[in-house]
Design a protein around this ligand. Sequence first.
Ligand code: PEP
Ligand code: MN
Length: 449
Amino acid sequence: MPTDTASSWSPSSWRTRTARQQPTYPDPDALDAALRKVDRMPPLVTSWEVDNLKEDLARAEAGERFLLQGGDCAESFDDCTADVITSRLKIMLQMSLVLTYGLDAKIVRVGRFAGQYAKPRSSDTETRDGTTLPSYRGEIINSPEFTEASRTPDPQRLLKAYTHSGLTLNLVRALSEGGFADLRHPEYWNVDFMAHSPLANEYQRLVDDIGTAMRFIDTVAEQALDAMERVTFYTSHEALLLPYEEALTRTVPHKQGVYNLGTHLPWIGKRTNDPEEAHMEYMRGIKNPIGLKVGPDMTPSQLRTLVRHLDPDDEPGRLTLITRFGADKIADRLPPLINTLDNMGHSVLWCCDPMHGNTERTDGGIKTRRFANILGELEQAFEIHAAEGSRLGGVHFELTGENVTECIGGARGLEATDLERAYKSLVDPRLNYEQSLEIAFSVVRKYRN
Ligand code: PEP
Ligand code: MN
C-alpha cells in the first residue's frame, strides 16, 4: 500500500504488481534491446515544462484558468503529417480563442498527441471468420490489419512511437512559438471548408470583435502583444504501456525527483486503476501532474483511496479527475464523488470528458457518439458542479481538425447513414472540425448563463 512502501518506489517497482492491458511480446530479448534504446534517447519534454503545467493546472483548480484537452483517441504513424498535425492545432487554437474570449479565462492547452499510441482493449483477442488473432492495441504495439504478422506485437514499434512523438512535437513547438498561433492573426487558422460552415458567421463575428480589442491594445501596450504571438501546447497520453513509460522516466537531480519526460500529463485509463496494481504503482512516484479517468462504476470510497494514493499531500495541480459517465448517468454519479472529496477537504481539478460514456453502435455496427449526448453530459457537468459548490475546470475531447464523419449530429445534422462517408478513426469516433467548434461555442453559452 502507498504509505508503507513509499520509500521503495522506483521507476520499475510496478514490475512486482499485476500489469493489465500489456501485450505479450514473442521475443523478450528484442523487447529489452528496444527498451534500452529508448532509455538512451533524449527526453521529449523537460521537467521545467512539466512543472509549468502543474502550476497552470493549480491555477485552473483555483478557477484562474480553464483546461482544454483534446486530440485523437489513438494517433497513427500514417497521420504524422503536416496536414493532420496543423489542422488539429488550428481547431484547438480556434476552440481556445472562443473559450478565452467567452469565458474570460486563460486557457491551458493540452493535446492528446505526440505519444497517444497505446490503447486498452476489452478483449486480448479478436476472432473473424474462425481465425483468432491478438487485438489491435495501438501503433506502439501492433498494426490494425487482420493478419498474423500485423497483429504480432513488435518491439521496433517502441522506437517508431518515440520518433513519431518527437516529430509531432517538433512541428507543434515550431508552430506555437513562431507566430502561427499569433492571436492577432486568427485567419492563419482558417480551414478551407470553414466558409461553408453553418458556424462561419458566429466565428467571424467573434474574430472581428477580438480584432477591435487587439487594435485598442496595440495602441496602448505594445509589449502585451509580444506575449500574444506565442502559445504553449502541452502533451498528454494514456500511460498504458509501462515498459515504454519506464524507459522515458528520468531522475532530475536538481529537482530531487523522478519525472516521466515522454509527456507532460500522463493519465490513467478507466481499466487500469486498481490501487494494488502496476499502473497505480508507477504513477504514484512520478512528479508529473497526472490525470485519472473516473467512470460510472467508481464509488466514493474507491475514489478516496485513489486520491490518497496518487496525491497524498493534496498538492495543487497534481491531480486532474477526468470524468466520463455518459449523459444518462452523470446526474446520479457525479454529486456523491464531488461531496466525498469535499468532505475530505481534498482539492482536485475536475475535467469533463463527455465522449467515453456516450459511445454506442449504429444498427449497422459502426461505433459512434451523438453530438446531443456529448453536449448533454457537458452541460450537466457545468450545472452539477455549480449546484454542489464545486467548479468544472476543464474539458476533454476526442477531436480532429479534419472533416470526418464519425459522430452523429451537430450543426450540419450528420446522420447514421453519413458515417461511412469519411470515417477514419481506428478506435473511437471523434468530433470533426465543425462539431469541435460548435462544442466550444456551446461551452461559452452555458458558462455565461
Ligand atoms: C480514452 O481516453 O481513449 C479511453 C480509453 O478512455 P477511458 O479509459 O476513459 O475509457
Ligand atoms: Mn478513446
